[in-house]
Design a protein around this ligand. Structure first.
Ligand SMILES: *Cc1c(COP(=O)(O)O)cnc(C)c1O
Length: 398
């Protein structure tokens, strides 16, 4: 019999009762060190005092009105995002996929509004991830996402991530844009090089394309800059943001420069919930903390500590871990052949450390940005213990 909750997830048999900072407390009475943070969502950890304060204060005043009216906190959040990024304007939704969809619409509308309605195709990367709506699964183009959901949504071409020559070769007169994650998340924690992003910017200029980044996972301080592209200096025209921006409250945002958003006028896009007062109070609260002087510097410092700890584990257990990947607090530990990342994630969980799997047999670490050296040491200790007692299959099979 099908469960009442549609069985679309491979769930661990574990539920949590509450969270505090970097720890989650299970209904089983156990405490867990949370280094996956709801998959890069709980950027300030659990029950952050400032977020609890802004949420409860707002909850007593006003939750939802409608975008038929002005929403002052939405204007304030948009102005803050504009001030701290390439963008001139922001559309608010409730999720990452919606933010990507908005960006895809902006690309198509831009070319239509500037007299090139035929330039509707978007070049995306293989092994990418952009969400689970019908359009975004075909944008990502991975077989496992689109299986059974055809016919394909038209308009997406795929090239290997990081290869500028293949991308140039894929451009046709119908190409209107490029959509790339500056650090691939689900694909296995793969950062684009700064040179690659700079190359994409140049290609976009040369061929009159709009460059769009999906910073849903790598944005909002995760790599040690507010947005990951800022390491490269190669600004996009459009950018999707979600996950960390709400700190656990569902918020998505599509940022754009004025040129790209030329066709976005009254009636061209909308969302019932998007940018409502409750969501905007929380997202502004997240920014209050992230924009505090020294916050991102601390992220960079602790990220360095985490990467060093992971490198040490690779050195210690070369038969189990073979590579450290990532940028900032978006890190991956690739497991050796014969060590299945899902088994590693499950064993670490039993040992009290929460991580997530990612592509390419990677164990993913996307902890709250507020972790300290003690948390890193605790996590490394748990991983060390698990690795030291990992069954040696080569021995067992003789
Ligand atoms: C999580 C994620 C999405 C989808 O976000 P949802 O909120 O689940 O719709 C899209 N792109 C990237 C890079 C992501 O990490």
């Amino acid at each position: 019999m099908i469960p009442a909750v549609m069985p679309t997830y491979n769930r661990a048999d574990l539920a949590f009762e509450r969270g505090e900072g970097v720890y989650l407390y299970g209904e089983n009475g156990k405490r867990y060190l949370d280094f996956m943070a709801g998959i890069a969502v709980d950027a300030l950890g659990h029950a952050h005092p400032h977020l609890v304060e802004v949420l409860t204060t707002q909850a007593q005043k006003l939750w939802h009105v409608s975008n038929i009216y002005r929403i002052p906190d939405q204007e304030r959040l948009a102005e803050r995002l504009v001030a701290d990024s390439f963008a001139d304007t922001v559309f608010f939704g409730n999720s990452g996929a919606e933010a990507v969809e908005c960006g895809i619409k902006i690309i198509r509308k831009y070319h239509d509004a500037t007299g090139n309605p035929g330039k509707y195709r978007i070049i995306c990367a293989t092994n990418s991830f952009h969400g689970r709506t019908l359009t975004t699964i075909f944008a990502a183009g991975q077989d496992k996402l689109v299986d059974g959901f055809g016919p394909p949504v038209p308009g997406f071409d795929h090239v290997p991530f990081g290869n500028l020559n293949e991308l140039r070769a894929a451009i046709t007169p119908e190409t209107g844009g490029i959509l790339i994650e500056p650090v691939q998340g689900e694909g296995g924690i793969v950062p684009a090089s700064d040179e690659y992003l700079q190359g994409l910017r140049a290609v976009a200029e040369e061929f009159g394309l709009l460059l769009m980044y999906d910073e849903i996972q790598c944005g909002m301080g995760r790599t040690g800059k507010l947005f990951a592209y800022q390491w490269s200096g190669a600004a996009p025209d459009i950018m999707a943001v979600a996950k960390g921006i709400g700190g656990g409250f569902p918020v998505g945002a599509c940022l754009a420069n004025e040129k790209a958003a030329v066709g976005m006028v009254a009636g061209s896009h909308g969302s019932t919930y998007g940018g409502n007062p409750l969501a905007m109070a929380v997202a502004n609260g997240v920014l209050d903390v992230m924009l505090e002087k020294g916050f991102l510097a601390r992220v960079n410092k602790i990220a360095h500590v985490l990467h060093e700890a992971l490198e040490k584990l690779v050195g210690e257990f070369p038969k189990i871990f073979v590579e450290v990947r990532g940028r900032g607090l978006m890190a991956g530990l690739r497991c050796a052949e014969g060590v299945v990342n899902a088994d590693m994630v499950a064993t670490l969980r039993t040992a009290g450390l929460l991580t997530a799997g990612a592509g390419a047999n990677v164990v993913r670490f996307v902890p709250p940005l507020i972790i300290t050296e003690e948390h890193v040491a605790e996590a490394a200790g748990i991983i060390e213990g698990v690795a030291a007692s990992w069954p040696d299959k080569t021995k067992a099979s003789g």
